[in-house]
Design a protein around this ligand. Sequence first.
Ligand SMILES: [Mg+2]
Length: 414
Amino acid sequence: MPALCRDCGAEPGEVPACPDCRGRRIIRHPELFALHIAHIDCDAFFASVEKRDRPELAARPVIVGGGVRGVVTAACYVARIHGVRSAMPMFKALAACPDAVVIRPDLAKYAAVGRQIRSMMERLTPLVQPLSIDEAALDLAGTEALHGAPPAAVLARFARDVEREVGVTVSVGLAGNRLLAKIAAGRDKPRGFCVIGAEAAALLAPEPVRLLPGIGPALARKLAGLGITRLAHLQALDDRTARARLGDDGPPLVRRARGEDCRRVDPIRETKSISAETTFEADICERAALERQLWRMAEKLAGRLRGEDFAAGGVVLKLKTASFVQRTRSRQFAAPTRLPDLLFEAARAMLIREADGTAFRLIGIGAQPLLPGHLADQPDLADPSAPRRVAAQAAIDALRARFGVRAVRRGRGL
Ligand SMILES: [Mg+2]
């Protein structure tokens, strides 16, 4: 069976240790050298970056999050052994792991490290589709001549290069499509390398439905109500039954449960920045009028962040004076958000200093850095109104989806 030593790239035979380097991290799979779709995901990314920068913490449990009253944004694997999980309230995390070192997130730093890893990926293939700050899908079809090695060997070398050059570890999934590559990347963390080939459907069958990306708690509950708890139960449904029981989403869900996925790796989909700006019909110098424009832009920005499932780690305020001089000011959030009120308040604090009677012709607000949507507006125990605000915004979005953007105008927008 094809085999590859992840430590030195040798192709050993049926031996437990690599004859070249004595390494024991050997991958074997019948399709090892034929598959070319990869999913790469950094391990405990934020916590790994902090450990890299403070080597004395290497063996300690590290939690990245918003102080004693906040929540866990990321936890290293040592902390996870003690039961610490992302989005857990900090007091619970510290009860489970009292020795943990808690570090405030430095989102701009993580974004810079993410970009460094991204540019290393782009040396492997032009087909890199970033999926979040620390995750991407890659298609290495046709790159064997360029690299003088099959995709599996190129990916193993990439993982070693990232460890050496960047100082964090990644997990690699290699498969025949994006769905299976993503599932593979999650199966062997941290520092993993997992291959899924023709055995996909059999491998998925005994797994709980929640394993499938896109099945969240609500859908899992609905499926459980229909007696569907394992992927095997979905795999068994024919198209007609799937549609009758689950609606139009049924048949695609069944195909995914079987490990089928025809999405391409699409590098164009990378979103580098999300912002909203407006040029005024007549120059504006009054602060109140500028704030009204800013609120409209903050609402627009928030909608775009939700639509593309991103969170803002901070905001950039952009102003252009009547004489075309551009001013940009930026500010970081303690916790990522996509709520218009918070985006507005942060930008307004910067606007107040700029609105000194200068006439402006343009105002804009942007999200910087862009972070994965799941980090947005995590429950914050220090701010008991946060869940209510998130729920209120979700209700507004639902109404607008049905009746159009103008159906719901909020106070400041009027
Ligand atoms: Mg990750």
